[in-house]
Write a new protein. Sequence first.
Length: 132
Amino acid sequence: MNQIDKLAWIEIKDNSILLTKSYGKDKFYIPGGKREIGETDEQALTREIHEELSVTVDARTMKFIGVFEAQAHAQPEGVLVKMTCYSGDYLGNLQASSEIEAIEWFSYADKDKVVGVDKLIFDHLKQNGFLN
């Protein structure tokens, strides 16, 4: 089984979730990325979010949300993505950086605009009262 191991940062404001879109991509996704060798979840997520959004996630406030798996977007059938999700406070002003073309806030009604694993996360957040 092929699996892509990723981390995601869940930022909720006014019952909407922060999503990003990379240059050349057709879908929005929850910000985050892959771990580098030897990195902890906290280190990798803090690095990825700083690279993508120019803010610093406060590792002391990080809270585990869950792990979600689905078919990986734009990958051959059978390649799964495993998304380990955390929330946490941040310092700085959110702004697109690096490969990020756009930042938007989505409600549950926007679920059709995201990749498969993020749809599962949207469902989880809706069921737990975080998204409208």
